[in-house]
Each structure stands twice: as C-alpha cells, then as structure tokens.
Design a protein around this ligand. Structure first.
Ligand code: SF4
Length: 98
C-alpha cells in the first residue's frame, strides 16, 4: 500500500523520514561509508519491512533495512540457495543484467 506520491505507507514511521536525518547518508559512495545510515536503520521500527521491500522491488542502490547493496545481494544469494526465491534480483556472482 502506498500514498498518493507512491511512497509506501510504512515509510511514515521510518527513522529516515525524520527531518533531522540527512537523506544523502543512505546513498554513500562506497560500502565502507555506510555506517552512519546503518546506525539510523538500527533504531528504525520498520526496518524489516524496509528490507523486505528492497528485496522484493530489486533496490540495487543505497541502504535499505540497514543493509548495503552487497549485503542484500548476499541475502538474495542465500535465499536462492535455500530455494526461497525463484529468480529475484541481482546476485554477488555478477551473472545478471546490472
Ligand atoms: S530501515 Fe533504514 S532505510 Fe529503511 S525505513 Fe528505516 S531508517 Fe529508512
């Protein structure tokens, strides 16, 4: 479910929706610069919903649910190995269409 602007309703409860939080930190230049955003996510009440949304909608950039793009790709790899996903999203193997 989303609002008129297409933003998921759970986003209203997101820690990153606070005006005090700089949205730019969620799109760091590198994995190693993600700590500030991950710290915000750790205190977010919709963290798991956010992570699930990112995996379901194939979000390849930025920090979602406290996970970096590489961490999300690893989660998808493990999910495929366990047979939890069919062919969802990208992978750490680099064999997809990034
Ligand atoms: S988990 Fe992080 S990116 Fe996701 S809504 Fe919460 S603060 Fe924002």
């Amino acid at each position: 479910m989303s609002d008129a602007a297409g933003f998921p309703r759970w986003g209203r409860q997101a820690a990153c929706a606070d005006d005090e939080v700089d949205a730019a930190i969620f799109f760091p230049e590198s994995e190693s610069e993600s700590e500030q955003a991950v710290r915000v996510c750790r205190g977010c009440r919709v963290r798991l919903t956010c992570l699930e949304f990112a995996l379901d909608t194939d979000q390849r950039y930025g920090i979602w649910g406290g996970a970096t793009p590489l961490e999300r790709a690893r989660l998808l790899d493990v999910g495929r190995e366990l047979g939890l996903f069919d062919d969802v999203g990208w992978s750490t193997s680099g064999s997809d269409d990034q």
